[in-house]
Write a protein that binds this ligand. Sequence first.
Ligand SMILES: NC(=O)c1ccc[n+]([C@@H]2O[C@H](COP(=O)([O-])OP(=O)(O)OC[C@H]3O[C@@H](n4cnc5c(N)ncnc54)[C@H](OP(=O)(O)O)[C@@H]3O)[C@@H](O)[C@H]2O)c1
Length: 313
Amino acid sequence: MFFNRAYHQSIAVLRQFASPYPRISAFPRPLTSVLGSSFRRTMASAMAKRLEGKTIVITGASSGIGRSTAREFARTAPKDLKLIVTARRIDALEELAKEIKEEVGEGVKTLPVKLDVSNPEEVKNFVPSLPAEFQDIDILVNNAGLVKGVAQAPNIDPEDINIMFATNVTGLINLTQAVLPIFKKRSDGGRGDIINIGSIAGREPYPGGSIYCSTKAAVKSFTEALRKELISTRIRVIEIDPGQVETEFSIVRFYGDKSKANAVYANCEPLTPDDIAEVIVFAAGRRENVVIADTLIFPSHQASPGHLYKKPQ
Ligand SMILES: NC(=O)c1ccc[n+]([C@@H]2O[C@H](COP(=O)([O-])OP(=O)(O)OC[C@H]3O[C@@H](n4cnc5c(N)ncnc54)[C@H](OP(=O)(O)O)[C@@H]3O)[C@@H](O)[C@H]2O)c1
């Protein structure tokens, strides 16, 4: 877990200041016994407490990062949480709800909801059609998104252009607009978290990805403007930008061609969806006055969309 790593890093930093000689040590007792398991428990329980009782919507939860995020929230605050998991594939969402229940028990209530974010009517009906006990949403994770093809202008399929914009941009904006009024009704001008999944592609456009990169740049602009618009509230607007993550993303990009998708990840070690889920949950689990406004997460072999080290075979 992310906070475990943070704990080990804290120990490593503090160790530099601890003398090896017990008599003159700044720490009269061994450091780990001073800061050990109780420190770790405190960090874990502080995060669980901040998340407990929350209602969380995750879009694109049927696979990849969204699916991992639902499971990570459930593991982090297993005593009392409501998860609304959404996507077009309802079977996969029902399977996820079952797995979460098996793993953490009855404390987490998971509601699978079929929702195509690219359909404005479905998004409009989403909140009103939720059962009353799930309507008081605290956290929205705008994760649903996709890339189609590697075509370059002027040969990009107009259908692909429309799907990418309708899902990654209009869908994300429409859902944000559907949920924001719930946040704004709360005290101090409003409270709640909007967590948008952007991409390195939104920061550094690359050939063959002009439309996908444009959609993620739009997500970045919308996110930054929204944070400014909500400055007088307690609503946190957070962007998480992954680099290369192995999910169904490349299978979708290559229209179901698994061998082309596998080639993307050959001879290197991409991030896992759990790596990104940990960062998302960490951001949501900060103290209310802390906003992890922006993050960029690479695997160690990546430095940009085009800087990818592949091991020689
Ligand atoms: N993988 C990467 O390398 C990477 C890098 C940077 C950013 N990202 C971003 O991370 C997010 C998640 O992607 P992923 O890597 O986890 O890919 P994934 O495994 O393909 O998951 C994408 C999810 O989005 C959902 N989705 C697609 N179109 C939808 C629609 N119209 N309405 C509702 N849900 C829809 C899919 O569910 P259904 O098909 O069931 O609807 C699926 O659950 C995306 O926004 C992506 O752009 C990924």
